[in-house]
Write a protein that binds this ligand. Sequence first.
Ligand SMILES: Cc1ncc(COP(=O)(O)O)c(C=O)c1O
Length: 388
Amino acid sequence: MSSLAKNYNRRKISFKKGKGSFLYSTNGKKYLDFIQGIAVNSLGHSNLYLVRELKKQAQKVWHVSNAFIIPEGERLAKRLTQKTFADYVIFQNSGAEATEAAIKVARRYFYSIGKKNKNRIICIKNSFHGRTIATINASGSKKMTEGFGPKVAGFDHFNFGDHNKLKKLINKNTAAVMVETILGEGGIKVIPDWCLKDLRKLCNKKKILLILDEVQCGIGRTGKFFAFEHSKIKPDIVPIAKGIGSGFPIGAVLMTKKVASGMVPGTHGSTFGGNPLAMSVGNAVMDQIFKKGFLKNVNTKSKYFHNELKKIKNNYPKLIKEIRGKGLLIGIKLNFDQTKFIKSLEKNNLLTIRAAENVIRILPPLNVKKSEINLALKIINKVCKEYK
Ligand SMILES: Cc1ncc(COP(=O)(O)O)c(C=O)c1O
């Protein structure tokens, strides 16, 4: 009997080892892992370079308080700002903390310029920004908020794609619009580039901030460091997590100099956020992702993967409704509940995970090999054939 609370409906598999794209279960099976901790292990399991960098740091110093200067964190923050729109970074430990910090940064900015009432955040209904009390309310999902007490005030919602509602919601108390650049849990729904451009223009016109949650879609997953870079816009605030630690818990919020002006000493903090172990791994991930040709390779492999999946979709139109996503954040939308299909893929040694709207999420590591993509395609084809 497990002593863990029952807040997860866990699959009855556990693993003794992972290497790259593969996981080895305790009962002797070898799985092609296209979940990778839900877009977390950006460089696959047990990446040798990351292990080496983590070990090196572990032998030096594990943890010191943020009351001191942490050189590894200074370095990672510098690199994140040099490579992106951002001027400043605050480190956290998870995605929810990063999005919650993003909300705080936006509100504190307006507070610091004397606009205390400008604190409302507009979000997409049934999006996903985390599981803290504030972020479940930001997500606007009945399922996630039910039973958790009074609604946290300050969030307004519109349905994905309802631009008129979004415009109507903006008023003098609005501080920011916060959306996932690609809705992950919500069903791999990509916000088109033209829409992101218009959203940026709208936020400029209304003098409000744009927060793009890149916790799931960022850090190279779409073939650019950030998914919004495809649209060439610049947000004001971006929470990140998952891929930047490739399995080591790291969260961060990136921001412009303008909005960072509100975050004076004492306004935010974290005991563990930015600790030397996490920062060493973050730097090691950056070393790999910005290696010459790495992101280009993600693009090439993902184009191939998408094209081949579209061919399968065309062969099985009764089963597959749509191939969604960008880069290696891929969704297969079925015409029916996806649970059994995911189970069949698992029986054939391919691990995938659900998202909303009957979508199966495919999240290989960014350094996946073409042969591994081919293996996944073979298994997906086989399961489709069984369903016919
Ligand atoms: C877009 C997005 N934001 C925030 C989160 C929350 O991250 P965490 O589970 O690390 O708190 C997630 C997690 O899946 C996510 O996909």
